[in-house]
Design a binder for this molecule. Structure first.
Ligand SMILES: Cc1cc2nc3c(=O)[nH]c(=O)nc-3n(C[C@H](O)[C@H](O)[C@H](O)COP(=O)(O)OP(=O)(O)OC[C@H]3O[C@@H](n4cnc5c(N)ncnc54)[C@H](O)[C@@H]3O)c2cc1C
Length: 454
């Protein structure tokens, strides 16, 4: 395909131009590495799903003070916002504002890089690997030749819900990020949201803001709902890596929580969570995912206080109800959805008649189930495999993807939430910005400098 000397002059191709791909591109360009950033949705370029929202009620769930795109310049976003005092730094800014910040960083980096950077508009569908280069093929037949390819595909839509699949759209809304989810609300009296995490909170707020005046029932296995950030900024006392495992670790976190409050106890663990995950066996990780994950999620991924207050107000007004139970059946009946579920811990079946059902079960990580031509192709070629927990692709700590036989590949890498299996805590901006910063140094053959903030 290309000689090894010529290959050194080729760009790194990044598939996916959301937060992860964009920040990786910016960091690579800083080191003078050529980049081809491939994004299929021009509206999402630099913003991705999370920050491409147009709805002002969708707030960041991380304080402005911790949202710099650059780990070596932690005040960058605050300066961009022109925030100077502590009150401002503690704010939860609309996600669409953050999207504008990211777009501006990308535009500035592209202007500086000139011909070294290329934005490729299209969907990458396959990758062929030669001896020294890789060729990414797009849906329109165009190709990008690169010296390595990084998959930054982001969060996938929720897994199909087996009980809901028979209900026709728009009575059933399988992907809450689809714009159609908020259409045709006039006259709807009662909707059900399946899943109760941050996506569910987004959907409930959007329904309310879009003029939906009816009731929402949020159904999840345990009936848990995300907790709120404190009004004032966190006071996190750094602790050394607890170097504990399993039950002993859970006990220690509970002890610290009783001493300093649950927010402080969870926040103090943040710098260590990836290490904690990695030193547990896959059996222990699976046990965490099965038993503790829902509780970890609601304490760790919190709502902005104003968002939590709005949801509480809806609950108090009888418009929002959280229910613990298992969905048993759902089918169309006279243009509505007849739903039945078994309340948690009980034998009886409850029925509900609702106008629409939303699947907010959280992103699917099962590569074989996700409808994406590039994943199908790479799986068929044996170039990727799922991590052991089916959270995403199997990759090593440098982001190098393992093939079907478990061999790491130097020219196929991954970053962002699809590397959850390796790092677990790799969903929020503070973690991804550090990952891509390190990955850029690795790809640019720079020396490693440990730690965020240098
Ligand atoms: C709703 C939501 C709210 C969040 N809020 C916050 C927050 O407040 N604070 C925080 O720190 N974190 C937040 N996060 C988490 C975090 O910021 C995101 O996980 C992060 O933005 C992920 O970025 P990404 O680029 O990996 O994925 P995505 O944003 O999903 O971007 C992936 C991009 O890849 C493109 N793509 C996919 N496949 C192809 C292909 N084959 N060819 C071309 N392009 C392709 C997609 O079009 C998409 O634009 C939120 C996440 C979500 C989903």
């Amino acid at each position: 395909m290309t000689s090894s000397n010529a290959a050194r002059d080729l760009p790194i191709a990044i598939v996916g131009g959301g937060f992860t791909g964009t920040l990786l591109a910016i960091n690579l360009l800083r080191y003078g590495v050529k980049v081809a950033l491939i994004e299929r949705s021009s509206a999402q370029l630099a913003k991705g799903v999370a920050f491409g929202t147009r709805r002002p009620e969708h707030l960041l769930n991380v304080r402005a003070s911790n949202m710099s795109a650059f780990p070596d310049d932690t005040g960058h976003f605050l300066r961009w916002m022109d925030f100077s005092d502590a009150d401002e730094a503690n704010r939860f800014v609309p996600r669409l504002t953050y999207g504008m910040y990211l777009r501006e960083q990308l535009v500035a980096a592209l202007a500086k890089a000139g011909p070294d950077a290329r934005i490729v508009d299209g969907e990458a569908c396959s990758i062929e690997f030669g001896d020294t280069a890789a060729e990414v093929r797009l849906a329109d037949g165009d190709t990008v030749v690169a010296r390595a390819v990084v998959l930054a595909l982001g969060n996938f839509p929720p897994a199909p819900h087996p009980v809901l699949e028979g209900v026709p759209e728009p009575l059933y809304c399988p992907d809450p990020w689809n714009a159609a989810a908020l259409e045709g609300l006039a006259g709807l009296d009662h909707v059900m949201v399946v899943g109760s995490g941050l996506t569910a909170a987004d959907v409930v707020l959007s329904l309310d803001s879009a003029g939906f005046a009816g009731k929402v029932t949020v159904l999840s296995r345990r009936g848990l709902k995300p907790l709120s950030h404190a009004e004032s900024g966190p006071v996190v006392t750094p602790v050394p890596d607890p170097d504990l495992r399993g039950v002993a670790l859970a006990r220690e976190v509970r002890r610290r929580a009783a001493e300093i409050g649950w927010r402080g106890a969870v926040d103090a663990l943040r710098p260590h969570t990836q290490n904690i995950w990695r030193r547990h066996s896959s059996i222990a990780q699976a046990s965490f995912l099965r038993h503790l994950r829902p509780y970890w999620d609601i304490h760790r991924h919190r709502l902005a206080p104003s968002v939590a207050k709005r949801l509480e107000d809806m609950e108090a007004a009888g418009r929002l109800r959280y229910v613990a139970g298992k969905l048993c059946d759902a089918h169309e009946e006279d243009g509505r959805v007849a739903v039945s579920y078994r309340p948690r811990g009980e034998d009886r079946i409850e029925t509900l008649d609702v106008a629409r059902v939303y699947n907010c079960a959280g992103p699917d990580g099962n590569l074989a189930r996700v409808e994406a031509p590039i994943l199908t192709h790479l799986l068929e070629q044996g170039r990727i495999r799922s991590d052991v927990h089916r959270l995403g692709v199997d990759a090593d700590h440098l982001g190098r993807v393992r093939d079907a036989d478990g061999r790491v590949q130097d020219r196929l890498l991954a970053a962002g939430p699809i590397t959850k299996g390796e790092a677990w805590e790799i969903v929020a901006v503070p973690d991804i910005r550090r990952q891509v910063w390190g990955l850029a140094r690795f790809l640019a053959d720079e020396h490693w400098v440990g730690g965020e903030g240098l």
